[in-house]
Ligand binder design. Structure first.
Ligand SMILES: C[S@@+](CC[C@H](N)C(=O)[O-])C[C@H]1O[C@@H](n2cnc3c(N)ncnc32)[C@H](O)[C@@H]1O
Length: 265
């Protein structure tokens, strides 16, 4: 991995996402939606890429699928193993990088990623790897944040304060149907998009801002970088709370995410 030009970027991701576990409460319902959208049935071989605490992997395994799951973060994998044990399912968890998947080609019937592969710095490399390990005729299914919804807008706001490294496109490109269609191109057929609602209970914009400052890697990183610059930090927090307020209705932050499904040729 040291020869990887994005080694530092990924090391920061591995550290940054370590505090994500409380957000599994929010990503659990979308995991159910993605597993249904992918049409998972018993006995199929599945890979959950960037599995975090394993919400997609456990949901698929409870349907009888044979599940492998991979993530950069050893801390989240420990929590994922706990979740699998508690649910009484067997999942092969591996620490690794979506840009260099440690599986033979054509190993899986379904390759999935929920709000995960979108954080890899090189979309083409991540996608090529996900397609490589998928069997011909297999299903690729992922959920991503559109640039026009709350989380996507928050990531784009963060980029205004802390630009991603040169050459790394916004993660929200994976939530833009035009770009997703272009990226998948001729490698797939039967492309389908769908949108689903995600909700997050909270008392106020400040409560939600404080919660994501404790859990979401890109926000943690930005707040840390502004520690010595209180006026800019205050401006960012104000802009973030104003954005949250646009999506907060009756103590619930409501936003849609994009689900994509396609068949490998
Ligand atoms: C927003 S969390 C989503 C976790 C989980 N899929 C869920 O829906 O709850 C993003 C995850 O992507 C993982 N991740 C980021 N970059 C990665 C990479 N290059 N390879 C593998 N995992 C990565 C992080 O460690 C983190 O667990």
């Amino acid at each position: 991995m040291e020869s990887d030009p994005y080694f530092q970027f990924k090391a920061a991701q591995r550290e940054g996402w370590a505090l994500f576990a409380p957000l599994e409460a929010l990503t659990t319902p979308p995991a159910g939606a993605l597993v249904s959208f992918a049409g998972i049935a018993a006995d199929v071989q599945i890979l959950d890429v960037a599995c975090g605490t394993g919400v997609v992997a456990v949901t698929a395994a409870r349907r009888g699928a044979h599940v492998s799951a991979l993530d950069l973060s050893p801390v989240l994998l420990e929590r994922a193993r706990h979740n699998a044990d508690l649910a009484g399912v067997n999942i092969a968890f591996t620490e690794g990088d979506v840009e260099a998947l440690p599986y033979p080609s054509a190993s899986f019937d379904i390759v999935m990623s929920q709000f995960g592969h979108m954080f890899a710095p090189r979309p083409a490399v991540a996608l090529a790897e996900m397609l490589r390990v998928l069997k011909p005729g297999g299903c690729l299914a992922f959920s991503t944040w559109p640039p026009e919804m709350f989380t996507g807008r928050m990531f784009l706001l963060i980029n205004q304060y802390l630009a991603p490294p040169p050459g790394v496109p916004p993660s929200t490109d994976w939530g833009d149907v035009r770009i997703v269609r272009e990226r998948l191109g001729e490698a797939v057929s039967e492309l389908v998009f769908e949108r689903e609602l995600m909700t997050a209970p909270t008392l106020s914009p400040a409560h939600y801002r404080a919660a994501i400052e404790r859990t979401a890697a890109p926000v943690i990183k930005l707040v840390e970088s502004l520690r010595e610059d209180p006026p800019t930090l205050a401006r960012f927090r104000g802009e973030l709370e104003a954005l949250i307020a646009l999506y907060l209705v009756a103590n619930v932050v409501r936003q849609h995410f994009l689900m994509t499904r396609a068949k490998k040729r």
